[in-house]
Design a protein around this ligand. Structure first.
Ligand SMILES: C[S@@+](CC[C@H](N)C(=O)[O-])C[C@H]1O[C@@H](n2cnc3c(N)ncnc32)[C@H](O)[C@@H]1O
Length: 314
């Protein structure tokens, strides 16, 4: 079984994908202790180090390196400031790449990275990874096209060691109109769960910013993007519909009770398996549960990208 090292691992969405693809994750890292608690409750054999990546001086050797460095700087919801230091964590990934010397690597990040004001950072990632000896390719994929019941567009950067001389081809969509499988829907992934799981959803009021756009989809649609903020979590389809009043202004069609997705529903919509464990630990609270779930890469999507790697492991 080929080995992997995982960075910016969170609670293990990306890693659930590579484990399903046949990799053994030797080491993982994140600075959030609740991310570690969730990860180890589900994948207990990985050496999970909770610390700032900058403090790690030695990484083990492995055939695959994966990492989803944070994205606040690039994301729609974030500050979109190209100069923030959070945007240069790819240099930490590159530092690990030079030590781990994997045959291949996979990076995931928000699709906002392709925007003009961030393009220089994306170009620099290509340059740094190429100089480290990798053929690099990138593509924006939408999770809904790979069996996830959620519209979530993310950029994937894949590198294969130049001296192996094999090209990477991104996987073709498996779900959608005129494909073998239709898109999965909210009904498919959360239809079996209780409709009012009191205590498992963030129940604060909906302020004007929340109501500045449509946050609701019907049962037979895929979800809007699951975010890491409980406050901005999309609405459960049990909620009344929203109608547009004007620019950036929406309101509920009735006074019936509305609610956001619970963290457990959000995990299902991200594609975590039904028995994925969110343990109660000293670091757990509702906000942390939403955070680690919303930060995650949908496992099926990461698995599809890993499955498309050529067989270069022997
Ligand atoms: C996009 S999330 C990764 C999600 C993860 N791959 C998954 O699928 O569950 C980025 C992660 O980077 C972590 N992070 C941010 N800065 C870090 C740093 N300096 N050192 C270690 N981890 C960091 C965050 O805590 C967050 O969990």
């Amino acid at each position: 079984m080929p080995h992997a090292v995982s960075l910016f691992s969170g609670c293990g969405g990306s890693d659930a994908g590579i484990i399903a693809s046949g990799f053994d994750v030797l080491m993982a890292n994140d600075r959030l202790s609740y991310a570690r608690d969730v990860y180890l409750a589900n994948h207990p054999t990985t050496d999970y180090q909770v610390c700032d990546i900058k403090t790690i001086s030695k990484f083990p050797k492995a055939e695959l390196l994966v990492g989803c460095y944070p994205c606040q700087g690039f994301s729609q919801g974030g500050a979109r400031d190209a100069s923030r230091t959070i945007n240069t964590l790819y240099l930490e990934f590159a530092r690990a790449l030079k030590q781990v010397k994997p045959k291949a690597f996979i990076v995931e990040n928000v699709s906002g990275m392709v925007r003009t004001n961030f393009r220089h950072l994306l170009n620099d990632q290509f340059k740094v990874f190429s100089e480290a000896g990798y053929d690099v390719s990138a593509q924006v994929l939408n999770a809904v096209d790979y069996g996830v019941a959620q519209n979530r567009k993310r950029i994937f950067i894949v590198g294969i060691k130049k001296k192996i001389g094999v090209e990477y081809a991104f996987p073709s969509p498996t779900h959608g109109v005129q494909l073998a499988n239709p898109h999965n829907t909210l009904r498919d992934v959360i239809g079996d769960l209780p409709v009012w799981p009191e205590g498992e959803f963030y129940d604060a009021d909906f302020h004007w910013y929340y109501l500045s756009r449509n946050r609701r989809q019907d049962w037979d649609s895929a979800s809007k993007t699951i975010v890491a903020s409980q406050r901005h979590m999309p609405l459960h389809p049990i909620s009344p519909q929203l109608i547009k009043l004007g620019t950036d202004e929406w309101k509920f069609v009735s006074n019936e009770r509305a609610r956001r997705f619970s963290y457990r529903e959000a995990a299902r919509i991200q594609g975590f398996c039904k028995d994925f464990i969110f343990p109660d630990t000293p670091a757990s609270n509702m906000n942390m549960r939403y955070t680690v779930v919303g930060n995650a890469v949908p496992p099926q999507l990461f698995q599809a990208v890993a499955n498309a790697l050529p067989n270069i492991w022997d």
